[in-house]
Design a protein around this ligand. Structure first.
Ligand code: NOJ
Length: 759
């Protein structure tokens, strides 16, 4: 039987073609000439205006601007002192806002409108971390494509995504916005998202400019506390943090956003090294860098700038082109130039970069081209988008545990109890950073299950306990400490008389995301208590986790037979989870980040260093904890299927390769079970000795293969010597000769190995 439902069963009314061709370059001779001509006409104040970005009051995604700010903003737009507005959206609203600039200013330069379109605009896809668990770059690209199509139709030109920060500490709430712990997987996902948002041509009416953020190392915040200090080596920066940014740049990303954190004492916003030397120098990036919200002004509390004027000078000099909400440039840049403290050439360069993107978007041809009410209506109601969201959501689901083959469930089960605070929740699945999703518009798990089973199957629901107390929204500080146990008895009764219990627990939508760091990442409130009570009366219990981040499972991980990580799965989450629970879709997701056993293990990664005392040895003096094992509960790359896959020993096409050589790593993957399924075969290497020490494993390739029951397939990876390159002690990106190990398997832990020599 074939389980993986084909597109035939899920027809895509609108074919979302991935952008196969390379993106158009941002710099074109004709455009550069037009920019020259414009720059020659612009006053210094008008130039500074292009570098000034405000948030509209429509939505606020940072410390709120003062009450009088809107009026100031409108006045300044009319004077040509605003180049961009964020958080304005909708065909009508953006048209009106654009009119203010185009009809009132001398040079009629259009503004560029940006919004955080992170995992969808109206149709919401799984959170980026969840999507990355699909290891399916076409699916990830398609998700960004749908987001861009909807956003562009609503008058937007620009998204502040993809977020490409490598994160190895699940305490950090923003881990949900990225691609997880690994630079290789992160680089693939970054490029896929850029292709999805930008398509082949920024001027197309269904593409938007993308933004690689947060440059850089924001995910390495000490203790996982948001905005916190980062202190990493140049090697870690180059080998771990930067690869996804570089991949985004190579994919043609139009903009970068810098980060709130400092690295080694220098705030990223003021970092010449990051922005001028690496990004615009080494990588030749031609687009522009926007600061993060207020990050120029935040160099004052960092202790790096004396005042806002000083901050403006440092930021512009360091290569931060556009000022988001610090008012530092609009307030001080012209005076700094006049005083000889900032070279006007740097201002011209920044303006040129901004204008380039505006030209590429076609805004000079027609500043209102994206603000089309009819197209907006049509795009937001496109049923193909929901189909795509369901497809990506089920590909993102990771089966963590399935003892005794409890899953998949039989649709003809007499009674299914659906329990837990997230079971009927139509909002949590939308996750954080949900752009213009309608609150409470997701398909809940309960609805998904009800829709999947025949009318003869009884579905009983009991919430049991609440997860959130207080407000739930982007700016609210919600709490998760309910003490109300009154719903538990009803949940226990529902579970007692059911044939199987599905318990939906985990995190609320806004529990992860910006400013949502947690020192403890276990189940909040009374969720575990509810689960234990239910489990006590019915061992046939399946836990469906909805989380933004990896969490510690504790008792649940040890006792509950079946656990499914569904993330915050987006608008179609309930249907997608039901597809997996009933086996209409055989789960194929693999973790893009490890699940630790306890929070004290963080930060952690499979790609760790060996240390001088790796152990394990008898005795205590080796690098280990005395209370828990070193390894995670579920490692990077892990995910089960309803079938099982076996790997042969890897065969290498050569025992040695030269500096320009390559070799093939071949492995046979066999589906040893009774169902068709999809496996993600993963290739890792280890460079045994380096001029700087190397990780014990590094992902270098992966392939998704679909196998029928009993079917075997040869999977071949090509490994080039250049794939072994890293940032060496000599400060060069190159491969060093010596012995390497190769590992192949279905996750980063369970692998078969071979070896070769790089001459
Ligand atoms: C601050 C966040 O760090 C950034 O990711 C986001 O794009 C901006 N606010 C705008 O909302």
């Amino acid at each position: 039987m074939r389980i993986t439902r084909s597109l035939g069963a899920f027809p895509l009314a609108l074919v979302l073609v991935p952008a196969a061709l390379a993106a158009q370059p941002l710099t074109r001779p004709e455009t550069e000439k037009k920019i020259d001509a414009l720059l020659a006409q612009m006053t210094l104040e008008e130039k500074v205006g292009q570098l000034n970005q405000y948030s509209s009051a429509f939505d606020v995604t940072g410390p709120a601007p003062s009450a009088g700010h809107q009026k100031v903003m409108y006045d300044q737009i009319r004077q040509g002192l605003v180049g961009s507005v964020l958080n304005v959206t909708g065909a009508e609203a953006t048209r009106k806002m654009q009119q203010l600039a185009v009809e009132n200013t001398r040079l009629k330069i259009p503004m560029i409108f940006g919004l955080d379109v992170i995992h969808g605009y109206r149709t919401i896809f799984p959170t980026p971390l969840g999507e990355t668990a699909s290891w399916d770059m076409a699916a990830i690209e398609q998700s960004a494509r749908v987001g861009a199509t909807e956003a562009a139709a609503a008058g937007l030109h620009w998204t502040f995504g993809p977020m490409v920060d490598i994160a190895r500490d699940a305490r950090w709430g923003r881990i949900m916005e990225g691609a997880g712990e690994d630079p290789y997987l992160g680089a693939q996902a970054a490029a896929a998202r850029v292709r999805g948002f930008q398509g082949k041509d920024l001027a197309a009416l269904d593409t938007i400019a993308a933004c690689a953020k947060h440059y850089a190392a924001y995910g390495f915040a000490e203790a996982g506390r948001d905005y916190n200090t980062v202190d990493i080596s140049e090697q870690t920066l180059r080998n771990v943090v930067l690869p996804p940014f570089k991949a985004a740049a190579e994919a043609g990303v139009a903009t970068f956003m810098n980060s709130f954190n400092e690295i080694g004492g220098i705030p990223s916003t003021g970092s010449v090294h990051l922005q001028r030397d690496i990004l615009k120098g080494e990588w030749g990036f031609q687009g522009f860098v926007v600061s993060d919200w207020g990050s120029i002004g935040e160099m004052i509390p960092h202790g790096y700038s004396e005042n806002l004027e000083h901050a403006a000078q440092q930021a512009l000099t360091a290569g931060s082109d556009m000022d988001m909400e610090s008012r530092a440039y609009v307030g001080h840049l012209a005076a700094l130039v006049k005083a000889g403290k900032v070279d006007v050439k740097l201002v011209d360069d920044a303006v040129r970069r901004v204008l380039r993107v505006k030209f590429a978007l076609g805004l000079f041809d027609d500043p209102y081209r994206y603000s089309d009410v009819a197209r907006e209506k049509q795009a937001l109601a496109n049923p193909a988008h929901a189909v795509a969201a369901r497809d990506v959501a089920r590909k993102s689901i990771v089966l963590l545990k399935n003892e005794g083959g409890l899953l998949p469930l039989d649709k003809a089960t007499r009674t299914i109890a659906v329990v837990g605070p997230l079971a009927a929740d139509k909002d949590a699945p939308l996750g954080n950073w949900r752009a213009q999703a309608v609150t409470g518009s997701a398909v809940s798990l309960l609805e998904g299950i009800q829709a999947a089973v025949p009318s003869s199957t009884r579905v009983v629901h009991a919430e049991g306990v609440k997860l959130v107390t207080g407000e739930r929204n982007f700016m609210a500080r919600s709490t998760y400490n309910t003490t109300d146990r009154s719903g538990i008895p009803a949940a226990v009764e529902a579970a007692r008389s059911a044939d199987v219990v599905v318990v939906a627990i985990g995190e609320d939508a806004f529990q992860s995301g910006e400013g949502r760091s947690q020192a403890d990442i276990g189940f909040k409130g009374l969720q575990e208590e509810l689960l234990k009570a239910v489990f006590e009366v019915n061992r046939k219990t399946v836990v469906v986790l909805m989380t933004g981040r990896p969490i510690t499972l504790g008792w649940t991980g040890e006792n509950v037979p079946a656990i499914v990580e569904a993330w915050h799965g987006g608008s179609q989450a309930g249907h997608a989870i039901a597809d997996v629970l009933f086996g209409d879709y055989n789960p194929s997701g693999k973790l893009p980040v490890a699940f630790p056993r306890v929070v004290g293990q963080l930060p952690m990664t499979y790609a760790r260093k060996n240390t001088g005392r790796p152990g394990p040895e008898p005795g205590v003096t080796w690098s280990s904890y005395t209370d828990v094992p070193n390894d995670p509960l579920y490692p990077f790359g892990f995910g089960l299927s309803y079938t099982s896959f076996a790997y042969s020993e890897p065969k290498l096409s050569a025992a040695e390769i030269g500096r320009d050589g390559s070799l093939r790593v071949a492995v046979t993957v066999t589906n040893g079970g009774q169902r068709a399924g999809v496996e993600v075969a993963q290739l890792f290497v280890r460079d045994l000795v380096g001029s700087v020490t190397r990780p014990i494993k590094e992902l270098k390739g992966f392939q998704k293969v679909e196998l029928q029951p009993g079917q075997s397939r040869d999977v071949t990876f090509t490994l080039k010597a250049s794939d072994l390159a890293f940032y060496t002690a000599a400060g060069k990106w190159e491969a060093e000769p010596g012995a390497f190990k190769v590992y192949v398997g279905g996750n980063s832990r369970d692998v078969k190995e071979a070896g070769f020599l790089l001459k």
